[in-house]
Design a binder for this molecule. Structure first.
Ligand code: RIB
Length: 291
């Protein structure tokens, strides 16, 4: 099966800072690097590195072609990534000494996607494939509707959280992925606890506290792997991507979450987003070391 990922592609500008800046504060960074990021791109790379088949649907500007090459090198099908005369999306990311971050986004080409791009990519899709979405592009709801009409299942990572968008998406989603902060925001926005959301499966990632999958049959949790975090940017995307690749390959939910938790743990021990995502061999090795 294939995961069609209708997702953002960003150039991440990452500043290492002694602490996250307060309002009005000017702070000198102690380090800087740029690299590939964006929730969509990170998830596509994670799916490919996990051995999954992933077609990325998105857009960059002319100066961002290198990001598409990086996706292709990781094994992502990039045939449906357009180059537009609009700057590539970017993110300004501050990372403190505990590995925590604060992110400012510029959407750029990520919000210039068209219905035509969606329709063109989905002509390749087969019933039973997945469409994966996040909240960093335009047309997420339309993409979900189109996917459903082709018989695809829809997975939606409701990040960054936008209450109105998330509320609208719920009826067209088969699998909802949220972190614990987004879960609380969603509960407040809908007035419903996660048990009662009208979505067949809900995956909640809780960082160092592990992850829980709620299905019709109840909920199962897996613990996180304890590691010394260096930079958690993209760790949630790594979890989602590895999880999608595993369920798409027919793994059980427990196996999928354990492998995803291991991949996210490794990713958080390294600087950067996409560049820090481990391949499957590394994840297997790590899990052997823990067992
Ligand atoms: O989830 C991490 C990602 O969020 C970063 O790579 C950044 O680009 C933002 O989209």
């Amino acid at each position: 099966m294939t995961v069609f990922n209708f997702g953002s592609i960003n150039i991440d500008h990452v500043y290492r800072v002694p602490h996250l800046p307060a309002a009005g504060e000017t702070l000198a960074s102690t380090g800087f690097h740029s690299g590939l990021g964006g929730k969509g791109a990170n998830q596509s790379i994670a799916i490919a590195k996990a051995g999954g088949k992933v077609v990325h649907i998105g857009a960059v500007g002319p100066e961002g072609r290198w990001t598409v090459e990086m996706l292709a090198q990781a094994g992502v099908d990039t045939d449906h990534i357009a180059t537009l005369e609009i700057p590539t999306g970017h993110a300004i990311i501050n990372v403190d000494d505990a590995g925590e971050n604060a992110i400012v986004l510029f959407h750029g080409a990520n919000t210039a996607l068209t219905q035509e791009m969606i329709d063109s990519a989905l002509t390749q899709a087969r019933a039973g494939d997945w469409l994966l979405l996040q909240n960093e592009t335009n047309l997420a709801f339309q993409a979900a509707q189109a996917a459903r009409s082709h018989g695809l299942k829809v997975a939606y990572a409701a990040a960054p959280f936008v209450a109105d968008v998330a509320r609208r998406m719920l009826p067209v989603v088969d699998l909802l992925a949220v972190n614990d902060i987004e879960a609380a925001q969603l509960a407040e926005a809908t007035g419903s606890d996660l048990q009662n959301l009208p979505v067949p499966e809900v995956l909640i990632t809780r960082g160092a506290k592990g992850a829980t999958l709620r299905t019709g049959g109840g909920s199962i949790s897996v613990p996180a792997f304890p590691v010394q975090a260096v930079d958690t940017t993209g760790a949630g995307d790594t979890f989602t991507g590895y999880f999608m690749a595993a369920i798409d390959a027919g793994w059980t939910a427990r196996e999928a979450r354990t492998q995803a938790a291991a991949a996210a743990a490794i990713q958080g021990t390294r600087a950067g987003a996409a560049q820090a995502i481990p391949d499957k061999a590394e994840v297997m090795e790590f899990m052997k070391g823990i067992a």
